[in-house]
Design a protein around this ligand. Structure first.
Ligand code: XIL
Length: 362
């Protein structure tokens, strides 16, 4: 009797067990139907990667999962370490080692890259300005050096970097242009146009992005940013797309990526990408379910819109994350997929139809 009960019980449990066993086997996000239409990937920390032995879990997981990658910090001006010769005519000194490690991994594994970022007010080389305000260089010299830097960086990676964040975080919470170091020294009201034009000249094949945080849900920052970028586009400044960083948290689940914003970007004629997705869950009791729901919602918005080119995360394992506590990424510290990984997996396995802004499917 006892034995029969066990047999019956295991028969009843079997289907459930086998379904969850199948669901726990991953062929890699990049091999799922959703990834035919939408690039899926994450940045890699090039400084960490360049010192790893071949075949590391860090590299092999990224290769298995992603068809697009990039650098966390190594394509910022942190690696623009000096200048050789006269500021107007000389050449930039750049440490390419971290960015090369990521680019070589991408080249060897049929991945493309998004370059982050050419000009950013939180990455000002100290030898140009030790405090981000003062400098001994003239505006003409700074312009010449930054232009040459942009050409050198973009041309080194033009075979693999398909998208570049040209500028990043240039608007304040009210949607006004921040009068930062680069604004002051690269042309004030013309500085954004100048940088995008230089970038287009340097690599005409790359798609050029403006990237920011706090713009993924409705509000004055988004309105100001979009109005400014649309006005530039109308003057033929080569801006192709807008990046929504999407550093989310279960605490602000109500203000994550919103289709009101992505629709407005579509209507203004821009492409868009999610560029830095992560989702922290703070407090004593992390809310893994809500975190997975947020990943799922964002993935489905990207998958449904033909103007969305990539879903890109700011890291993929909690072992290497800028978040604190570091619990906002799809893999845990042991590279084990979390609920939010399976939420992405499900969305990419059964993607919604891609509906163009005019209403037709693409
Ligand atoms: C962060 C990096 O992840 C950190 O390692 C670094 O110390 C600071 O910058 N928005 C951006 C990224 O555009 O460049 C930032 O990256 C995260 C916020």
């Amino acid at each position: 009797m006892k034995r029969l009960a066990i047999v019956l019980l295991s028969a009843a449990l079997l289907p459930a067990l086998s379904i969850s066993a199948t669901a726990q086997t991953s062929i890699g996000l990049k091999n799922l139907p959703g990834a035919h239409e939408l690039l899926i990937g994450s940045e890699l920390n090039g400084t960490y990667l360049k010192n790893l032995p071949p075949g590391s879990k860090y590299a092999s997981t990224a290769i298995r999962e992603f068809n697009i990658t990039g650098c966390e910090n190594e394509l910022k001006m942190y690696s623009f370490t000096g200048w050789k010769g006269d500021p107007l005519t000389g050449t930039p000194i750049i440490d390419n080692s971290g960015a090369d490690a990521v680019a070589n991994l991408a080249r060897a594994n049929h991945m493309v890259m998004r370059g982050h970022v050419l000009v950013y007010n939180k990455a000002i080389p100290r030898w140009i300005s030790p405090d981000g305000v003062h400098t001994t260089f003239t505006n003409a010299q700074i312009k010449a050096m930054v232009k040459k830097y942009i050409f050198t960086r973009m041309q080194r990676y033009s075979d693999v970097v398909k998208y570049w964040d040209v500028t990043n975080e240039c608007f304040d919470g009210k949607g006004n242009l921040i009068h930062d170091f680069w604004y002051e020294h690269l042309g004030r009201d013309h500085y954004m146009a100048n940088i995008f034009r230089w970038a287009h000249e340097a690599d005409p094949g790359a798609e050029l992005y403006y990237n920011d945080y706090g713009t993924e849900s409705p509000g004055p920052k988004f309105n100001g940013m979009l109005a400014y970028l649309a006005a530039l586009k109308n003057k033929n400044v080569p801006i192709d797309g807008i990046g929504f960083q999407c550093h989310e948290n279960t605490r602000w689940a109500q203000s994550i990526l919103n289709t009101a914003n992505t629709d407005a970007v579509d209507a203004a004629g821009f492409k868009w990408q999610v560029t830095e997705l992560d989702c922290g869950t703070d407090g004593t009791k992390p809310d893994w379910k809500l975190q997975a729901d947020i990943y799922s919602k964002i993935a489905n918005i990207c998958l449904a819109d033909p103007n969305c080119q990539a879903l890109f995360m700011w890291g993929f394992t909690d072992k290497h994350s800028w978040l604190f506590p570091a619990n906002g990424l799809p893999f845990d510290v042991n590279y084990k997929p979390k609920a939010c990984y399976w939420a992405l997996y499900k969305a990419f396995q059964n993607p919604p139809a891609r509906i163009s802004p005019s209403g037709g499917s693409n």
